[in-house]
Design a protein around this ligand. Structure first.
Ligand SMILES: [Cu+2]
Length: 309
């Protein structure tokens, strides 16, 4: 099969053709690890807003991300370059970026034109933004804990899922500033019982994928030379859904991609991390089939299907 290694260097994108790799994992006894954090930052998602504090401590910080909306949401954190304000990010980067989405949706411009317009319209600093993790997709009514080691600075928190009408959640209100202060938290990294390592278009999962609560570490050992790197979303597959269907739904270039309703239940994950970075997320699993999917590299087959017995 043809495998394109050209990855659009942007959040939100991609994934056209893919390979299916099925890995069966035998269930063992559950080994839940207690969360060692004492200061947990609550962030609530609704359709379409974040209820969140304006400022959090730097260092290891745990976010309890609760989806009180009726649609799937995620939490994507981006650290602004030193001389860029949040308002400049929202106005100079996201407005033209989203205009390209509307051209894709309403005028049907092709992929080449998407690249051309973005290349012409985005400010130079856009291509140097640092993505600093965040919660993967969670379905309505679910909660996930995400622990990140954050540098002080100005961050944008956003969700760029799409409504049934193809409106971006970020444009509907799921975009706001988060200040990470110079004051460090006293927290340490949590203990994980499942470890995911992502490196240069490969995903390794270690640990017992058993029913119950888990703390999952995600380590990005090496980012691919092209594109933005790796993230992970965990989806519960049903009898009627398979990995291919989820992958197609997560293709940003598809007009219906990432659009409510989702074909599966999403249980959390980790957004793009800097190279060498590690983050943690909680994962509650019941018996069934699950897909661990690296969305930005999905077209290169970076995913695993596992069975929790
Ligand atoms: Cu959303």
């Amino acid at each position: 099969m043809m495998i394109s290694k050209f990855v659009l260097p942007l959040p939100a994108f991609l994934f056209i053709s893919m390979m299916l790799i099925g890995i069966q994992s035998r269930a063992q006894s559950a080994v839940p690890e207690p969360n060692s954090q004492s200061d947990i930052v609550l962030i609530t998602a609704s359709d379409y807003a974040f209820d969140a504090p304006k400022e959090v401590a730097s260092g290891w910080t745990t976010f309890e991300y609760k989806n009180e909306g009726n649609e799937p949401h995620f939490l994507f954190l981006t650290r602004m370059p030193e001389d860029v304000t949040f308002d400049e990010y929202a106005g100079d980067a996201l407005v033209p970026f989203n205009a390209v989405w509307y051209a894709l949706r309403d005028e049907g411009i092709n992929t080449e034109e998407v690249y051309e317009r973005l290349g012409a319209q985005m400010p130079d600093w856009f291509w140097t933004l640092e993505f600093t993790g965040g919660a993967g997709l969670i379905s309505a009514g679910r909660t996930t804990d995400v622990t990140l080691n954050l540098e002080p600075g100005i961050y944008a928190m956003e969700c760029y899922m799409k409504t049934e009408d193809g409106e971006l959640h970020s444009m509907e209100g799921m975009l706001r500033e988060l200040v990470v202060s110079d004051t460090p938290s006293e927290a340490a990294a949590p203990e994980a019982d499942i470890a995911i390592t992502l490196s240069n278009f490969e995903m390794a999962i270690d640990g017992n994928l058993s029913p119950g609560n888990h703390t999952v570490s995600v380590h990005v050992a090496e980012n691919p030379e092209e594109g933005y790197g790796h993230n992970v979303h965990v989806a519960r597959l049903t009898e009627d859904t398979d990995a291919q269907e989820v992958a197609e739904w997560m293709n940003w270039f598809d007009v219906n991609g990432l659009q409510n309703p989702s074909p599966v239940i999403f249980a959390g994950g980790m957004q793009l991390l800097p190279e060498g970075g590690t983050g943690y997320f909680s994962l509650d699993m019941e018996p069934g089939r699950y897909l661990f999917y690296s969305e930005y590299t999905g077209h290169l087959g970076v995913f695993q299907e596992v069975t929790v017995e």
